[in-house]
Design a protein around this ligand. Structure first.
Ligand SMILES: Cc1ncc(COP(=O)(O)O)c(C=O)c1O
Length: 397
């Protein structure tokens, strides 16, 4: 009896150390608070304010009308993988074999998680930037790896340098995880700087995990696909998705492109956990890849306009603001108020009903900054800037 009680007690209270180590997403926290506040404006969650283009939605509706409601092959419908291979070749000039080098996943999120679980053993190190997307270090930890964060600064365009990476390499280093255009900073790394990282990958035989989910959202600069650099296809796990460029966040579909051993390992995990991506989302994705370019061009032009408005707005308020060249975020410094970014975000929400994400949610180097997503209407951006201006002038030191 005593034994049974002890066991039950242990079970009730037990949460794994891995789960305990994670903090809840600093992005979702503000999003969840927001729904209960009338008249609030969200510059919080990184999500397009567009609905998915009609021709893409129509493809999904048609698939339902045809009764396509069954599982698909685990790695994704062959037609979708073929279309994706064509797209990656056209966009970046990289050849992927649809049968063995591509995997369709539940968003870029699953692709990231699977990569870590497929390549890491206990204690393996993954080099990543600080600040960086909230899920990066969490996925490394969940796979029993160790995130090794390299500080990046506004003064260096929030870029990670090959020199800094080389200093942190150890016998435990398994991979380098980069994500440009960056969430949260909007920084885009130049081809020449990426090429320096490629030299390291070659020299030390490292895997580079390149999260290219924002590749279509760049403004006035070129995007370089890491796998397209000479010799890099064999070293790269390319992560991508449909959420951002095609305004398809709720469809939960993304992909990974990588050497076949890695894709095979990822596919095994995906088989036991997800089985496959929803069939109608795959049908929608085929249509997105075939005919989505026009709507992307329109969205990018629109985001660019909003980017310039919010950047000027931040600077007019007196906040120093790095010029983002990609994604849909600005990352202004709020150091002039003397508040921590968490304090700033909480006060701004309660006093002015504007939700932003504290920069500290993305790592230590994000402290003193806030992330504002400008994938929202111009009217809301302008109103948010007015409220932010009032708030900053009240608290400026
Ligand atoms: C940098 C980055 N990578 C990956 C994702 C995951 O996107 P999804 O799972 O919707 O494809 C996000 C979403 O915000 C992101 O910002």
């Amino acid at each position: 009896m005593k034994k049974r009680t002890e066991i039950q007690k242990h079970r009730k209270q037990h949460v794994s150390q891995r789960a305990n180590q994670l903090s809840p997403s600093g992005i979702r926290k503000f999003f969840d608070l927001l729904s209960s506040i009338d008249g609030s404006i969200s510059l919080g969650v990184g999500e397009p304010d567009y609905t998915t283009p009609w021709h893409i939605r129509e493809a999904a509706i048609e698939s339902l009308e045809k009764g396509m409601t069954m599982y698909t092959p685990n790695s994704g419908m062959p037609e979708l993988r073929k279309e994706l291979a064509r797209y990656l070749k056209n966009e970046f000039g990289v050849d992927y074999d649809p049968a063995s080098e591509l995997l369709i996943t539940v968003g870029g999120s699953e692709a990231l998680d699977l990569t870590m679980r497929a390549i890491l053993d206990h204690g393996d190190e993954v080099i990543l930037t600080d600040p960086s997307y909230v899920a990066y270090s969490s996925c490394v930890i969940l796979a029993e790896g160790k995130p090794v964060r390299i500080p990046t600064y506004e003064s260096n365009n929030f870029e990670i340098s090959a020199k800094d990476i080389e200093k942190r390499l150890t016998s435990k280093t398994r991979a380098i995880l980069i994500g440009y255009p960056s969430n949260p900073t909007g920084a885009v790394m130049s081809r020449s700087k990426l090429a320096e990282i490629a030299v390291l990958a070659e020299k030390y035989d490292l895997t580079v995990i390149s999260d290219e989910i924002y590749s279509k959202l760049v403004y006035g600069v070129d995007f370089t696909c890491f796998a397209s650099l000479p010799g890099m296809k064999q070293h790269t796990v390319l992560l991508g998705g449909f959420s951002k460029a095609f305004a398809m966040t709720g469809w939960r579909i993304g992909y990974a492109a990588a050497p076949k051993e890695i894709i095979a390992a990822m596919t095994k995990i995906h088989q036991y956990t997800m089985m496959c991506v929803p069939t109608m989302s795959q049908m929608a994705a085929i249509e997105a890849l075939r005919g989505g370019q026009e709507s992307i061009t329109e969205m990018v032009e629109d985001y660019n306009h909003r980017r310039l408005v919010i950047l000027k707005g931040m600077r007019d308020i007196g906040l120093s603001c790095f010029e983002p060249k990609g994604a849909f975020y600005v990352f202004p410094s709020i150091k002039c108020t003397g508040m921590t970014s968490e304090e700033f975000a909480e006060k701004l929400l309660s006093e002015e009903k504007v939700a932003v994400v504290p920069g500290s949610a993305f790592g230590k180097c994000g402290e003193g900054y806030i992330r504002c997503c400008y994938a929202t209407s111009l009217v809301e951006i302008e109103e948010a800037l007015k409220r932010l201006g009032r708030f900053v002038s009240k608290y400026r030191k």
